[in-house]
Write a protein that binds this ligand. Structure first.
Ligand SMILES: C[S@@+](CC[C@H](N)C(=O)[O-])C[C@H]1O[C@@H](n2cnc3c(N)ncnc32)[C@H](O)[C@@H]1O
Length: 470
């Protein structure tokens, strides 16, 4: 494909070997989203405000969809300032009532947070994704512009590891104007990302500006923050979404004798102050429109909000070129009830302490493939273990181990195991690609005197195609 071959990925990887093991890697503790950390009394207070808010809403208008419940609990931006008048003292005071969602108000990532993700576990993860970005840019014929767009960048660790690869590969990338675009709904996390990624920058003066934060990296690359993907400028882009789609609201549906019915969240009449799941007695708009006619499962989860983002990604890749790499806990249309809450080192009741616990549902990649449509080529899903091995994680590990002391070596080994072991993230975490259709076009059959007998192979795509490392 336009001069691109598997050897290029190997060459790119060999060029980043001089990046040393980072000191922080020793302390990137290996506990994933499967375990989470402690709750605080602040959490309890805001959890009960959110619960009261949801209870009054349900009492006023009826049960709400699971998608609405998740949206409120994860991304509600509201902070209310209540004015209280004390009759006895004849004075006024103010109480701040936080209805802010889980992602809006706290940093939940890292050893001190609620869970940890692959980019936080090891620098190797981001480095290999950096190589993937550059190899896809090269495979597209090295366009003059390269926009790296990350959805839900967390603490900014993945982008930071990728930027280090970009610096290392500067001789390769020098022909391109490179920029970083971050789609982030959380003000707390966007501040953290700015601390990690930019040397200079500022915030928009007005709340409704599409770019709400901006800056420049130490190497001079422009970085911009947006709340919505539609605000990111068009142009050749590589999109990354790591543990983004599993944080978006899902609708849940149950097959019943009377047809598909939506699962809703209601107040529990038997347990004051508690919520419960109920099955809607009649079809809802969502149950009529979101369940496939030929669905064979008895319970399905549909992330319609994620579907809209996938369609936007697909349209942009088809129009402007580029690719989207989606990495998440997921399945290929086989699982049923995957909605989970995490808090305090263990699974947590999804309906308890809304706003204080992580809520997540596996990504259904069969749905992603369907909504992406025919304008793009879809690859995967492949297991994280396969993807990272295809990207050369073993070769990179050997180099880092050679350059590390004993304690860093142990840390590297445990991070490696965490990322690749089938019982940890190796099999449950999946990679999926949306590519411009031209990317997978087989080269034309050779013509002339010596005719090729075999149809030429499809061009390899790093990570998805097994590439043998010498
Ligand atoms: C589970 S965290 C993953 C963070 C990071 N990608 C990682 O793997 O470490 C989800 C991220 O998506 C962001 N997020 C959640 N919902 C969002 C939305 N609707 N729009 C934009 N960002 C969102 C969160 O604030 C957070 O940065």
């Amino acid at each position: 494909m336009r001069g691109f071959c598997a050897a290029k990925t190997q060459q790119l990887l060999s060029l980043i070997h001089s990046i040393s093991p980072l000191p922080s890697v020793q302390w990137r503790a290996a506990t994933s989203r499967l375990w989470s950390s402690s709750s605080s009394s602040e959490d309890d207070a805001s959890g009960s405000s959110m619960l009261r808010h949801l209870t009054s809403k349900i009492k006023a208008t009826g049960p709400i969809s699971v998608a609405e419940y998740m949206r409120e609990a994860l991304t509600n931006p509201v902070m209310v300032r209540l004015r209280c008048f004390h009759v006895h003292h004849n004075e006024t005071s103010y109480v701040i009532l936080s209805l802010q969602g889980y992602y809006v108000k706290k940093n939940m990532l890292g050893p001190e947070g609620d869970f940890i993700t692959s980019p936080e576990i090891s620098q190797i993860f981001g480095e290999l994704l950096g190589v993937w970005v550059v190899s896809e840019w090269m495979a597209a014929g090295r366009p003059k512009q390269l926009q790296l767009v990350e959805l839900g960048p967390g603490k900014g660790s993945l982008a930071s590891d990728i930027l280090r690869v970009f610096t290392q590969l500067q001789p390769v990338l020098s022909a391109a104007s490179v920029s970083l675009h971050l789609v982030e709904v959380s003000p707390v996390l966007s501040r953290l990302q700015a601390q990690t990624l930019i040397a200079t920058g500022g915030e928009a003066e007005r709340e409704d500006e599409p770019v709400y934060r901006y800056g420049q990296t130490a190497a001079g690359l422009p970085v911009s923050w947006y709340r919505r993907l539609e605000d990111v400028p068009s142009g050749f882009s590589i999109f990354l979404a790591h543990e983004f789609f599993d944080a978006l609201p899902i609708h849940k549906f149950q097959r019943t004798e009377r047809g598909w019915r939506e699962v809703l969240v209601d107040v529990d009449p038997d347990r004051p102050g508690r919520l419960r799941f109920v099955v809607a007695p009649t079809p809802t708009l969502a149950s009529r429109t979101l369940v496939q006619a030929d669905e064979s499962r008895d319970h399905v989860e549909v992330c319609a909000e994620g579907g809209v983002v996938i369609q936007q990604l697909a349209r942009r890749v088809a129009k402007d070129g580029g690719a989207a790499l989606i990495a998440d806990y997921g399945h290929d249309g086989t699982k049923t009830d995957t909605f989970r809450g995490f808090k305090g080192h263990s699974l947590h009741d999804t309906l308890a302490s809304p706003g204080c616990a992580d809520l997540t549902a596996d990504v259904d990649f069969s749905y992603v493939r369907r909504v992406a449509g025919r304008g793009v080529a879809c690859l995967g899903p492949v297991a994280q273990r396969t993807f990272l091995k295809n990207m050369g994680i073993d070769v990179r590990m050997q180099v880092l181990l050679r350059n590390s002391d004993q304690s860093s070596r142990e840390q590297l080994m445990s991070s490696y195991e965490f990322l690749t072991d089938g019982a940890k993230m190796g099999e449950r975490f999946l990679f999926f690609g949306l590519l411009h259709p031209s990317r997978l076009v087989r080269p034309k059959m050779a013509t002339g005197l010596k005719l090729e007998k075999k149809t030429p192979a499809q061009p390899p795509v790093a990570g998805f195609t097994e590439i043998r490392f010498a």
